[in-house]
Design a protein around this ligand. Structure first.
Ligand code: SUG
Length: 443
């Protein structure tokens, strides 16, 4: 069966800003209050998408969410016209407003957990939108995500998010890796969690994924438990700033590439994967030792938040890394060594997604991987597939609507809301997602 891994990237929204909203995400905290550049941000994201398409990969686009998210403000007791609500909420609850304006749906790796049809016992492609219940600004995403996934993949099983509660905290594909021999064959799904839902929460940075959430998704997706592995993140990694496992680990095909300190029990994780892959393939583990790349550098440079892809004519994998990885000595040297060797990763390419990186979102955060058969890909909403023509349309749209600069002092101006809604309204036409996609279009 011909199958390929596609990348669906979150289009960066017009309210992209640095809100300092994510405890445990070092970039988000240290860049809080900087002036953001929304137009530059969206164009950086689009350029990454186009380069993947140009290299022969299947590329798709997920729409940004409605921001400001007025339904939440109405839920929190604000009434009146949109403009009135916006102004009142800024006056009374400015801290809340930063959450309501966050463009965080750009990080599509947190949109959902995806299990391709080859892994699911009912033969369907399954998605579970992540409830993202740990962070207020991210907890506003799952309903619009579900709508977007239904629009993109009308043939798939798109579940509702798990109940948004601490025991079932779920952050989606950022804590999930699929390994396989060939895309069209069944594989091993690795779920990585930071805590058990019923154990008392401990001091330190929040662990955003629970074992209970991972179990629930594996059940809902009808995975074969003999081919499913659950591994715990190390506390050390979380406290060093690995708020998602994909900050210290990435995998593709037979290869798992990770930092020495990523997992609580690395030996167990490896033996569980080897056992689950038995009869299918021999996994390859590429472990980066602390003495070569200190975890602090790995997190600053986002070495592991790279996309690990196989381009059509290649035998080896390519790491699509952020330019920050090239600018950090230890990670740059490590990458040189990696490609000089004869391991599974044969090339490293650097991309500029700095606007997103300043909020802790690297190349891998910006995309949701969806492995599909050729037949499934044919059924994807054609307007949500990125090719040169869609790329050109989206660039022209962004150039028309997005601001060059967005500083904290600009956020309370209600014209930002008007501009954002005008942009999103037009976007629904470009992406073919219907004239009632956004809540503001439905009243
Ligand atoms: O959830 N940053 C995101 C970054 C998500 C990265 N995704 C993956 N690792 N897959 C987060 O912490 C910061 C927003 C702000 O501070 O304005 C933020 O939400």
């Amino acid at each position: 069966m011909t199958a390929m891994e596609s990348n669906f990237d979150g289009l960066i929204g017009p309210t992209h800003n640095y809100g300092g909203l994510s405890d445990g995400n070092i970039a988000s905290a240290s860049n809080a209050g900087l002036t953001a550049h929304p137009k530059k941000a969206v164009l950086q994201g689009l350029s990454k998408m186009l380069s993947m398409h140009n290299q022969g990969l299947w590329q798709g686009v997920l729409p940004p969410h409605q921001r400001p998210f007025l339904p939440a403000l109405r839920n929190f007791g604000y009434t009146g016209s949109d403009r009135h609500i916006y102004e009142q909420a800024w006056k009374n609850t400015p801290g809340l407003m930063k959450n309501i304006l966050s463009a965080s749906s750009m990080w599509a790796a947190n949109a959902a957990t995806v299990s391709p049809s080859m892994d699911c016992q009912d033969g369907n492609l399954h998605f579970t939108p992540a409830n993202l219940s740990t962070m207020l600004h991210r907890s506003l995403e799952h309903q619009q995500t579900q709508r977007a996934l239904l629009a993109a993949f009308p043939f798939a099983k798109v579940h509702s998010a798990l109940l948004p509660q601490s025991v079932f905290s779920d952050e989606g594909a950022a804590n999930h890796v699929r390994l396989c021999k060939q895309r069209g064959q069944s594989g091993v799904e690795l779920f990585v969690y930071g805590r058990e839902g019923f154990e008392p929460q401990i001091a330190g940075y929040p662990a955003r994924q629970t074992l209970e959430a991972s179990h629930a998704i594996a059940r809902a997706h009808q995975l074969d438990m003999a081919r499913t592995v659950f591994a715990r993140q190390s506390r050390h990694a979380i406290d060093a700033g690995a708020f998602h496992n994909d900050v210290v680990c990435v995998g593709a095909l037979k290869t798992l590439f990770y930092h020495e300190y990523a997992f609580d029990d690395t030996a167990q994780m490896k033996s569980d994967i080897v056992r689950s892959a038995k009869g299918l393939f021999d996994p390859i583990f590429v472990e980066v030792p602390e003495h070569e790349v200190p975890i602090k550098d790995a997190i600053k440079a986002y070495l592991f938040n790279s996309m690990l892809v196989q381009f059509p004519e290649d035998n080896r994998l390519t790491l699509i890394a952020p330019i920050e990885t090239q600018e950090t000595k230890s990670t740059q040297l490590y990458c040189e060594k990696l490609v000089a060797g004869n391991g599974p990763i044969g090339a490293v390419r650097y991309v500029d997604v700095r606007q997103s990186m300043r909020n802790g979102g690297g190349p891998a955060c910006l995309r949701l991987r969806v492995t599909m058969t050729e037949n499934e890909w044919q059924q994807v909403n054609p307007s949500m597939k990125l090719d040169e023509a869609v790329y050109d349309k989206l660039c022209a749209w962004a150039n028309r609507h997005y601001r060059d600069d967005l500083a904290p002092k600009d956020l309370p101006d209600p014209s930002l809301m008007d501009e954002s809604f005008a942009a999103l309204d037009e976007l629904t036409g470009i992406l073919g997602i219907g004239p009632d996609f956004y809540p503001f279009q439905r009243i």
